[in-house]
Design a protein around this ligand. Sequence first.
Ligand SMILES: Cc1cc2nc3c(=O)[nH]c(=O)nc-3n(C[C@H](O)[C@H](O)[C@H](O)COP(=O)(O)OP(=O)(O)OC[C@H]3O[C@@H](n4cnc5c(N)ncnc54)[C@H](O)[C@@H]3O)c2cc1C
Length: 598
Amino acid sequence: MSKEILRGGQFLVKETSCEDIFTLEDLSEEQKMMRDSTKEFVDRELWAHWERFEKKDYAYTEECMRKAGELGLLSVAVPESYGGMGMGFVSTMLVCDYISGATGSFSTAFGAHTGIGTMPITLYGTEEQKQKYVPKLASGEWFGAYCLTEPYAGSDANSGKTKAVLSEDGKHYSISGQKMWISNAGFCSMFIVFARIGDDKNITGFIVENEPDNGITLGDEEKKLGIHSSSTRQVFFSDTKVPVENMLSERGNGFKIAMNALNIGRIKLAAACLDAQRRVIKEAVVYANERIQFKTPIMNFGAIKAKIANMATNAYAGESASYRAAKNIEDRIAIREAEGNTHQEAELKGVEEYAIECSILKVAVSEDVQNTTDEGVQIFGGMGFSADAPMEKAWRDARIARIYEGTNEINRMLAVGMLVKKAMKGHVDLLGPASAVGEELMGIPSFDTPDFSELFAEEKDLIKRLKKVFLMVAGSAVQKYGPDLENHQQLMLSAADILIEVYMAESTILRTEKNAKRSGEDSQKTQIAMSRLYLYSATETIIQKGKEAIISFAEGDEQRMMLMGLKRFTKYTNNPNVVALRTEIADRVAADNAYTFD
Ligand SMILES: Cc1cc2nc3c(=O)[nH]c(=O)nc-3n(C[C@H](O)[C@H](O)[C@H](O)COP(=O)(O)OP(=O)(O)OC[C@H]3O[C@@H](n4cnc5c(N)ncnc54)[C@H](O)[C@@H]3O)c2cc1C
């Protein structure tokens, strides 16, 4: 493989060429077919019946899951040897993406089953476990659910009280405990359950078949703000007998399994927030083109154009970063397989490698879908508040994405924490670049006039400098607080926002640059505007978060020097005309009457 594949987190300290990133425009014919058949399924079975999902028609969710199984949509990521299609990581992401357009209820059921409900077995199961369970899960004959959360163990997932006690004859474990917020609980055939054996430091994973006669009872369906037809119940285990051969991996390995399943879950959740945005944009722009006020379609108003432009820009940025990371994971898996790892080991390590990017994407894209649905409601005005129009439910459905698969607070801190740990272990060289930034701050800045004539020359120079903001802020914070940094959460959160914006902005610029090189700048006029607009708002966020961090932990000369550095690293030579960018984007979306950049 000739192109360079960065390791997880290395995007911060290494430059990426646009040829080295994968974009939605690089899909193979097979991947396009997968995407199109997913879209067709969504339009036919889900979007046409969105009201049923609002009316808590759980049976319909289950029926659609079975139909998805018949079409093979549940088996995309499953290896062929276990009845799946064995397609790559990008194809898996595509299905998660395009299945999310119609209703959060279905995409939650789909994600809980194909991700956290199935992946712990494909990633950690023994050959016997995989042969026994995975084909049934891949075909939709069985559905899976994932029981980690408990009433007193949410974000602190390793603190669960559910117990597993080995029988005297050593043949089975008895599991007792209470799990809550379990997606798919109402119709699943099997649970992945995490329980503690004795006083073990870490929990252990088990595969538990859903047999009501075996001490398993369910709470009522939770009454939720959104995702109304996703089944969410408490699950009570009382002396539930589980054969010893149903332990996943080893005793005490459950926390690791849980976290790795969540890493995959996080990037897939980001994908599952993409088509939701595209569809909301489409509904919003169709409405704005039709709704007349002051004798003109409201789409003609600058206030509405600004919203549509921001919505489209964020969706485009989310796509750019999600598929960039997905392909990195796919390539890393291929490299490991070529080195002799089994597919199982390769997949596990491949995803683990990009855990930082998975957390970044989970946070960024879940917040984009929330903002987009919120502006969608606003564009619909009073009708946005009506349960008879689609925006109200889209807004409610979007809210959960910031909470599950690790809250966005936890994921922000994880992203920075994992990066610092990688640096300490020498896996990503942050210390060298961070001290180079320190030296640069002491030096005299260059007064040369740079040549920014090439497309994105200035933007790429700016991104290089934005990375220095992170290195400056995080580097000084690590120097000051050492391992105690994790107790300075507000600082960690600011650093995370800088990290997130750098990754999203860089991915967006690189995607457009790649496409402009192959199909010409004219074909990418709106995408160029979106890339510039995203970078502008990313820079504004970085200025705000950087300043907040610097003035809170640095003092005197150090503070002054860092604030000067912040100014230098975030400076535009040629400020973008933000209104012109938004107008270009909004006019194109209005003319297409849809989001058409995927
Ligand atoms: C609809 C739905 C479906 C779900 N599906 C599943 C499922 O299928 N399986 C499953 O196991 N779980 C599931 N969950 C549970 C979900 O993963 C948890 O709700 C989530 O991890 C947060 O845990 P919690 O609710 O206990 O909140 P808490 O952990 O109590 O968090 C409350 C607040 O405190 C913050 N917080 C917590 N700890 C820290 C910290 N150390 N530092 C800073 N801030 C902190 C959080 O960010 C949050 O804002 C689901 C939840 C919902 C609502």
